[in-house]
Design a protein around this ligand. Structure first.
Ligand SMILES: [Ca+2]
Ligand SMILES: [Ca+2]
Ligand SMILES: [Ca+2]
Ligand SMILES: [Ca+2]
Length: 375
């Protein structure tokens, strides 16, 4: 018998989004365009053939924020095709997830997702956009699940409500002891060390420490500053309450830096990890590189060894952004179109879902979700 990565796919596709099939069964009358999207969903076939296998019978969602058009869902046919008609020119996100049986005992989650900008120019006169999406398998682990950096809607340049969120997608407990979080500089696409702008470390001993557990399915919120940012007058009601964050970034050399005594700290300039900057951990509002590493390499003067990386994400609001993070850690970047001072956040499509390709793995969401996942 030949080895196959997805041997019995046709029999064992399980719907994760079955509920959404029934919500929008009828085509909404508001959709009034004459463009069509026709997509084929496939998964990689055996290693010894080049041909991908179609994925039949899975729900495919499509949505746009350009118009108030309801989300649409269609099911792929027996050849993996799905088609949406009567659409206006707009930017769309197409997404599908499925659990696929990869052996008698094991299922893998796969996703196919794509952002499309349909204009008369991009379609070159055609009325049907056609493409094939290769669904990719998620790698389970402790992941950077959400990065909130844009700031709430405001005109006082407030963005100190930033946080990041981790998620444990494994079936066993992991420990944060001694792990480090990096804000990255430009490393180079084929580099084997990461260039570091900021370096912060959890307390405890890297690799062997067992003081700071993260249970399976648990979210971990790490606040820039762990207080209720709604207490700031001009942004009251528009931002996040981080007073119950799990952790707080503190630069021990920051003059008068905020430090909530009830929230434990992940620190820098602590006698172990050292950085030149005396400011708090802050990320670029609409793009940056961020890495979570196991802490076995904590000397950033010669860069951090990429073999110690647990997860790494590059983001940028600009579609013409030039990548700064090695391809082997993130094949692309997420966050295209994210606006500063919008309250938007960047979160994985599903909790912990990671194909090491942030354009596929992440979506821009309209408001941050500290400690939980967007709907
Ligand atoms: Ca802080
Ligand atoms: Ca604190
Ligand atoms: Ca990753
Ligand atoms: Ca979240």
């Amino acid at each position: 018998m030949r080895k196959s990565q997805y041997p019995i796919i046709c029999l064992h596709v399980i719907f994760l989004l079955a509920a959404s099939c029934f919500l929008f069964e009828e085509k909404p009358q508001a959709v009034d365009g004459n463009v069509s999207i026709r997509l084929r969903f496939t998964v990689p076939a055996q290693a010894d053939t080049l041909e991908a296998l179609p994925v039949p019978g899975i729900p495919v969602r499509i949505y746009t924020e350009d118009y108030s058009i309801p989300e649409l869902t269609e099911i792929t046919d027996s050849s993996g095709f799905v088609r949406f008609d009567n659409l206006p020119y707009a930017r769309y996100v197409v997404e599908s997830h499925a659990l696929i049986k990869i052996s008698e005992f094991e299922e893998a989650e796969v996703v196919g997702a794509k952002a499309l900008q349909l204009t008369a120019d991009s379609l070159r006169g055609e009325m049907v956009y056609t493409d094939t999406l290769l669904m990719e398998q998620s790698k389970r682990g402790l992941k950077i699940n959400e990065i909130y950096t844009a700031g709430p809607p405001n005109n006082i340049f407030y963005f100190y409500d930033q946080f990041m969120e981790l998620y444990n997608g494994l079936s066993e407990t992991v420990y944060l002891d001694g792990m480090i979080i990096l804000r990255l500089g430009t490393s180079g696409l084929f580099a084997d060390t990461l260039s570091v702008t900021y370096i912060y470390q959890f307390p405890g001993t890297p690799l062997s420490g067992r003081q700071y557990p993260v249970e399976p399915g648990q979210f971990v919120v790490i606040a820039g500053n762990a207080f209720d940012h709604n207490t700031i007058g001009p942004i009251a009601g528009k931002t996040v309450d981080l007073s119950n964050a799990d952790w707080e970034f503190v630069n021990l050399q920051e003059a008068n830096g905020y430090d909530n005594p009830n929230v434990p700290n992940i620190t820098t300039n602590n006698g172990r990890v050292t950085q030149a900057s005396k400011v708090d951990f802050l990320l670029g509002l609409t793009g940056d590189g961020l890495a979570l590493c196991d802490g076995s390499d904590y000397d950033q003067t010669d860069g951090i060894d990429i073999r110690t990386v647990i997860d790494c994400v590059e983001s940028s609001s600009s579609p013409t952004h030039i990548k700064e993070v090695p391809y082997s850690l993130d094949a692309s970047f997420g966050g295209i179109g994210m606006q500063r001072y919008s309250g938007q956040s960047l979160e994985r499509i599903r909790p912990g879902f990671d194909t090491n390709n942030s354009a596929v793995d992440f979506v821009v969401i309209s408001k941050p979700t500290p400690g939980y996942h967007h709907e």
